[in-house]
Ligand binder design. Structure first.
Ligand code: C2E
Ligand code: MG
Ligand code: MG
Length: 382
């Protein structure tokens, strides 16, 4: 809040909220300001339903203040018994519950439980790791694995997708669905993305040395990276450092990213393609894009989301739209990659319907660089 509107404005909202909340104080209910932006009601010995009634009252007195809606307001309920509880711990847990309430929308309510605390603690550790690795370029807790993208006609590996991994001493392997959004929240997705791009370039260098210079590598980019002014310059610098041609790289963007700011994003994608890089539209079919918009989109590949691949099974073959998506994509001039292929019958269906490439556990999971190189040797050498 402070970052968006400045201190003076922030203070004004807090004062307004405080004076309104004071009107809810009764004999069994005190209110405290526990941090610059948080208030807590303390209701010793209250009945079970009372905190929830209070939440309704809070929403009623605060909702006439327009800026509360702009700033957002979460409500958390914490039950505790016994005198042995530590005050800091109580306030921390109440704050966790309030933050969780805020995620449900303005005046959302959350009741604290132990699971929530564990989740908050896990998030904190992940965030620490993201921060540490963005400060220390040598730190190896965030790294890339590579999953092959296979040509359906020849069975050869056409390229790889670089996928970010996190392994920390305290949490073991953390999946990207957990840490990518946290990196975005921390505004540290840019250094993270650079690290994965650099790993992709190292890998491409190894592939070239081994005689597979025609094998490409894709990296995922998020909106916060792509909209930066320096994105294209940094991208080229990373390639030059390793002497990698832009044509060895493909950038994967999601539909929601494109929808985020169509003209700006599409222009950047156009520039990337002029440099020689390829662009894939990731998770196609899950977002809000549609073919009519796809027509003027600067992409080379559509990656059909795993949801569509999952629907392919022997029994439903005749009713599937996956084949129609492939032929429409081809009419629009895109090549098609199917994601998440796990079963031979899916691969067969895709081959029968003219899909160009597939990616999935059926062929290989994402693997470390050395294993990825070995896979190319085994698969692509005559
Ligand atoms: P994505 O780009 O759509 O990547 C494909 C995901 O599907 C990967 O999950 C991959 O491991 C998984 N996958 C591939 N084949 C199969 C299969 O046959 N079955 C199943 N069940 N899963 C399969 P992963 O590695 O967990 O990545 C999840 C998402 O995180 C990625 O989805 C991507 O959106 C994001 N991500 C990963 N690395 C990066 C990165 O470096 N930067 C950014 N911005 N996002 C990344
Ligand atoms: Mg991807
Ligand atoms: Mg995908």
């Amino acid at each position: 809040l402070t970052l968006s509107y400045g201190y003076a404005f922030n203070e004004q909202i807090v004062m307004e909220a405080a004076s309104r909340l004071k009107s809810l104080v009764t004999e069994g209910r005190q209110v405290f300001q526990v941090s610059p932006e948080r208030m807590a009601f303390y209701m010793p010995g209250c009945a079970m339903e009372e905190p929830f009634l209070l939440c309704n009252e809070i929403a009623a007195v605060l909702s006439p203040v327009p800026m509360i809606h702009a700033a957002g307001c979460g409500l958390g309920v914490l039950n505790f018994t016994g005198p042995d509880k530590d005050g800091d711990e109580i306030l921390k847990n109440a704050s966790i519950a309030a933050a969780c309430g805020g995620m449900k929308g303005t005046f959302g309510v959350c009741v604290f439980d132990g699971e929530m605390e564990a989740k908050a603690e896990r998030e904190r550790i992940i965030k620490d790791e993201i921060i540490a690795s963005s400060l220390d370029g040598e730190r190896s807790s965030i790294f890339a694995e590579f999953q092959p993208i296979v040509d359906l006609k020849t069975g050869k590996i056409r390229g790889f997708e670089a996928l970010a991994r996190m392994r920390g001493p305290r949490l073991g392997l953390v999946p990207p669905v957990e840490f990518i959004s946290l990196a975005e929240e921390l505004q540290l997705i840019v250094p993270l993305g650079k690290r994965i791009l650099a790993s992709a370039c190292v890998f491409l260098g190894e592939l070239k040395r081994a005689g597979f210079g025609y094998v490409s590598c894709s990296v995922n980019v998020s909106a916060l990276e792509l909209v930066r002014d320096n994105f294209l310059g940094d991208f080229l610098t990373a390639l030059r450092e390793r002497d990698i041609p832009a044509s060895s790289l493909c950038l994967e963007v999601t539909e929601s990213l494109v929808a985020f700011n169509f003209d700006l994003i599409n222009r950047k994608l156009g520039e990337l393609r002029r440099m020689g890089a390829a662009v894939s539209l990731d998770d196609f079919g899950t977002g809000q894009s549609s073919f009519f918009r796809a027509r003027d989109l600067n992409v080379d590949y559509l990656k059909i989301a795993k949801d569509f691949t999952d629907r392919i099974s022997a029994s439903s073959r005749s009713r599937l739209v996956t084949g129609d998506i492939i032929s429409m994509a081809h009419k629009l001039g895109y090549r098609v990659i199917a994601e998440g292929v796990e079963h031979e019958e899916q691969r067969q269906y895709l081959a029968d319907h003219g899909c160009d490439y597939f990616q999935g556990f059926l062929f290989s999971r994402p693997v470390p660089q050395e294993e990825a190189l070995e896979l190319v040797r085994i698969t692509n050498l005559p």
